[in-house]
Design a protein around this ligand. Sequence first.
Ligand code: PLP
Length: 378
Amino acid sequence: MKFATELIHGGGPIDPEFGSLSHPLYLSSTFGQRSMDHFGKYDYGRSGNPTREALEEAVAGLEGGTTGLAFATGMAAIGSTFLIFAPGDHLVVCEDVYGGTFRLLSTVMKGWGLEVSFVDATDHAAIAAAVRPETKALYLETPSNPLLKITDLKAAAALAKEKGLVTIVDNTFMTPYLQRPLDLGCDIVLHSGTKFLNGHSDVICGFAVTKDPELGKRLRFIQNAFGAVLGPQDCWLVLRGLKTLKVRMEESQQSAQRIVEWLKTQDKVTKIYYPGLAEHQGHEVHTAQSSGPGAVLSFELDSFETTKRLLEGVKLAAFAVSLGGVESILSYPAKMSHAAMPPAEREARGIKDTLVRLSVGLEDPDDLIADMEAMLKG
Ligand code: PLP
């Protein structure tokens, strides 16, 4: 099945009895048992729920995995995945990782005993040099947040295999429609499903997917033991949102490309970060490992005043945290996604006070451009 068909029919017929086209929503927290010797497929809602399972199988299938797990938030998926390691283990992590992941690693997980080296993952030699005898995993985001830096996933996964490491990729920005890390040799894919997978800015959720049976078992054990599962009602909403993933990504990506062309003509825009630009660092690697540049871009403005006027003045794009919704969202990484990063760390990573990130939604790009143009001209 091609991707668009899989989005609609991936799990096969839903309900042979009544022919329902939408997954039934099972709100039950527990499931009655008939036999003392053999419990049914579901016993308690934290361990399993039919609506959650339908979503988990759908997301696993889209990523080319065999185990998919739905969590209460993207951070819960990420944090639960870190729990498959043990105190004393070491992880090599891309340096411009999502700010919440940086915070989790540098506070909670550090206190728990997980060691981390942050590296410029665009530099393959830097990844290799950071690997120690106690290293257990590479943790990557490509394109990264918010500078859209590109890591060569095939090369990183090959290095990891050689050294016996698990490769983990946060695929939130791309979604499986544009990039499938498991096909490139990576072991675990993570998502803030809050973003493009759900796509409607009405659910916070996360996913972990793998095709390695052993990793699948360990992740499932942690999901049940730690218990940060996604509730059935939210699972149902994400199942609905997922059906339009392809059309949303296609449309938003096209609009993003238009907006980038327009930004290039603006005097007050001093730099644009977008993997679709030929001059973007890693453009060729990105083009080879994905099927599109996506719908998120960042740009720098000529001054703090222009930045403030744009963020506070736009009417169509929301000035907000998050991305990947049908509504365009302009955000300010220094005080939003990367607020958890100390200013010196942020500056060192190139996240300036004049950097804004745009997640392009489904509005007409002409309207978005006119809205931003009024603020840049003002
Ligand atoms: N990963 C990336 C790339 C993100 O952008 C985010 C949130 O912005 C997360 C993970 C965390 O996800 P959540 O907010 O759903 O916990």
